[in-house]
Design a protein around this ligand. Structure first.
Ligand code: ADP
Length: 492
C-alpha cells in the first residue's frame, strides 16, 4: 500500500480567494467523504452568493495587472505551476483517489494529463496571432487583435477533479484572463490543492480563485457566476440539464460560454474489425473512472457476424477485472461517486432486463470493506433495442449495453439517433468505411480503431446538446478566452 499521510501536506480546508485561505462569510462548511468507505475526510467552506461576488471583484482587480503581463511572463508562471503539479504527483493522486475513488494509477494518470493542459496553454499563449489584411480601398489596412476577455466563471465536475480545472483555467490564464472556479461538491480538495501549488508557483493573488460550496448552494453560487456583469465568460463541464440552465442564465448578460455537456457515445464494431483490439479499446474507454466519463462508450453496436465473438472475449476480460478501493494495488474499478449513481445503474439494468436484455457478466453490486461505498461489478448486457433506457440515457457507470446491427447505413442511423453528440468510436479494417463513418457520425470527436480521444493536442468538444465551443487543441481552446477586435487603419 502507499503512504496515506503524504497527501495531508496538500489538504486545505478553506477556500482560496485573492491568494488567501478563507472561510465562508456565513461561517458554514460542508463535509467531503471518501466514496470508497463513506468516511468523512474533512469539511470545507459552504460559500454563498456574497463570497462568489467578492471573489469576482478580486479577480477583476487581478485581471487589470494580469492582462498587462507579457505572454512570456504568464507562460513562465504557468510552467512553474505545471512543474510543481508534476513534482507533487503522488500527493495529488492520493488526494484525488480519496475524494473521487478512482484507482490510484488512474489518479496519477490524471495528474499528468491535467498538468499537460497547463504546459500546452502556456505554449499556446505565446503564439496568439492576428491577421493583417488589405482594405476595401487603397488607403485602408485591417488588423485583427485578440485580447483577454476578463474574469471567467468556471463550474467543474467531480469525475476529473484536476483535469477539468486545468483544461479551463490553463487556457484562460494563458490568454490573460483571471478565473473564479466552483469545483464539484464531491471533489473540492483537488481544486484547493491546485491553488496551493499555484500560490507556490507565485501566480499573483486573485488570478485563480476557488469558491467551494455544497450542492444545496450550487445554484446560488452558480447564479452569481453566470449573471455578475464583471464575469465575461462561463465555462462549464457537467450534465446537459445543468448546462442548459447555466446557458440560459448567462444569456442575460450575453457572456461567452464554453459548455462541455453529456454524451451518448456509440461504439461500433464492424465485421472486419480486429476483435481483440476492439475489446481492449472498449475495456479501456468504458471502465475508466468506473464508467463515469462523458466520453465513455454508451451504446455498443455490434455487427451481426462479429457479435458473439466480441461478447465472449469481452466477458472473459470483464470477469478478471478487480473491483475495490482505489488505494488497493491492482484495483481497476473503484466505487461509484455516490448512492444516486448506484440507483441509476440499477434502474437502467432493471429496464434492460425487462425489455429482454441478457446479462452476460456482472449485474450485482459488490460489498467492499465497510460496505458504505457503492461498488458495482463490471456488467455486460446484450440483446437490447432502441426502446431501452440505455439507448436514450447516459449510463455513467460500468454497464456495457450491447445492440446488434446489420448494415453500415443502419448503424449510422442508430448512432445518430440522439440529441447529444460528444464522442463516437468504431473499429473497422475497411479504409473506405473508416472515412465514411467518421464523416457521418454527428459527434465532436471520433476514435477510429482507437478509444482514447482526448489529449491537450486534440480539440475537445461536442455537437448538438453536448455543448458549445472547444477546449484544448491548436488555437481553438485558447481562442475561447480571447475577444477578437478589428482595427482599421487609414494610411492617408
Ligand atoms: P452531476 O449530476 O454529475 O453532479 P452536474 O452537472 O449536476 O452533474 O454537476 C456538475 C457541476 O455543476 C458541479 O460542480 C455541480 O455542483 C454544479 N451544479 C449543479 N447544479 C448547479 C446549478 N443549478 N447551478 C450551478 N452549478 C450547478
Amino acid at each position: 500500500a502507499m503512504s496515506l499521510s503524504s497527501y495531508k501536506s496538500l489538504l486545505r480546508e478553506k477556500a482560496f480567494v485573492n491568494g488567501q485561505w478563507v472561510n465562508a462569510a456565513n461561517g458554514e462548511s460542508f463535509p467531503v467523504y471518501n466514496p470508497a468507505n463513506g468516511e468523512l475526510v474533512c469539511k470545507v467552506p459552504d460559500m454563498g452568493a456574497a463570497d462568489a461576488t467578492a471573489a469576482i471583484a478580486h479577480a477583476q482587480v487581478a485581471f487589470e495587472a494580469w492582462r498587462g503581463k507579457t505572454p512570456s511572463q504568464r507562460a513562465a508562471l504557468l510552467h512553474s505551476w505545471e512543474r510543481l503539479i508534476q513534482d507533487r504527483c503522488e500527493d495529488l493522486a492520493a488526494l484525488m483517489t480519496l475524494e473521487n475513488g478512482k484507482p490510484l494509477a488512474e489518479s496519477r494518470g490524471e495528474v499528468a494529463y491535467g498538468a499537460s493542459f497547463i504546459r500546452w496553454f502556456a505554449e499556446e499563449g505565446i503564439r496568439v496571432t492576428g491577421q493583417t489584411l488589405q482594405g476595401p480601398t487603397p488607403d485602408k489596412r485591417i488588423f485583427t487583435l485578440k485580447q483577454p476577455q476578463g474574469v471567467c466563471g468556471m463550474i467543474t465536475p467531480w469525475n476529473f477533479p484536476a483535469a477539468m480545472i486545468t483544461r479551463k483555467a490553463g487556457a484562460a490564464l494563458a490568454a490573460g484572463c483571471t478565473v473564479v472556479i466552483k469545483p464539484a461538491e464531491d471533489t473540492p480538495l483537488t481544486a484547493l490543492a491546485l491553488c496551493q501549488l499555484a500560490a507556490d508557483a507565485l501566480l499573483p493573488p486573485g488570478a485563480l480563485n476557488v469558491v467551494t460550496c455544497s450542492r444545496s448552494r450550487a445554484a446560488e453560487v452558480g447564479r452569481v457566476l453566470t449573471t455578475d456583469p464583471a464575469v465575461k465568460h462561463v465555462s462549464f463541464t457537467g450534465s446537459t440539464d445543468t448546462g442548459k440552465l447555466l446557458l440560459a442564465q448567462a444569456s442575460s448578460t450575453v457572456k461567452r460560454v464554453t459548455m462541455e455537456l453529456g454524451g451518448n457515445a456509440p461504439f461500433i464494431v464492424f465485421d472486419s474489425a480486429d476483435v481483440d483490439k476492439a475489446v481492449a479499446g472498449l475495456i479501456q474507454a468504458k471502465f475508466r473512472n468506473t464508467g463515469q466519463t462523458c466520453v465513455c462508450p454508451n451504446r455498443i453496436f455490434l455487427q451481426r457476424r462479429v457479435s458473439q465473438k466480441f461478447l465472449a472475449k469481452l466477458c472473459e476480460r470483464v470477469a478478471e477485472m478487480k473491483v475495490g478501493d482505489g488505494f488497493e494495488a491492482g484495483t481497476q474499478l473503484g466505487p461509484l461517486i455516490n448512492a444516486a449513481a448506484e440507483s441509476k445503474l440499477e434502474r437502467l439494468l432493471a429496464d434492460a432486463k425487462q425489455r429482454g436484455g441478457r446479462v452476460l457478466a456482472g449485474g450485482q453490486s459488490v460489498k467492499v470493506g465497510s460496505g458504505a461505498g457503492h461498488f458495482f461489478q463490471p456488467t455486460v448486457v446484450s440483446g437490447l433495442g432502441r426502446d431501452s433506457a440505455c439507448f436514450r440515457e447516459e449510463i455513467f457507470g460500468p454497464l456495457v449495453a450491447a445492440f446488434e446491427f446489420d448494415s453500415e447505413a443502419d448503424v449510422v442511423e442508430l448512432a445518430n439517433d440522439c440529441r447529444v453528440g460528444l464522442a463516437g468510436y468504431f473499429y473497422s479494417a475497411d479504409v473506405g468505411q473508416c472515412w465514411r463513418v467518421a464523416e457521418q457520425l454527428n459527434v465532436g470527436m471520433v476514435g477510429v480503431n482507437e478509444s482514447m480521444v482526448s489529449s491537450c493536442i486534440a480539440p475537445f468538444g461536442g455537437w448538438n446538446e453536448s455543448g458549445l465551443g472547444s477546449e484544448s487543441g491548436v488555437g481553438y481552446g485558447i481562442e475561447e478566452y480571447l475577444n477578437l477586435k478589428t482595427v482599421v487603419l487609414n494610411l492617408a
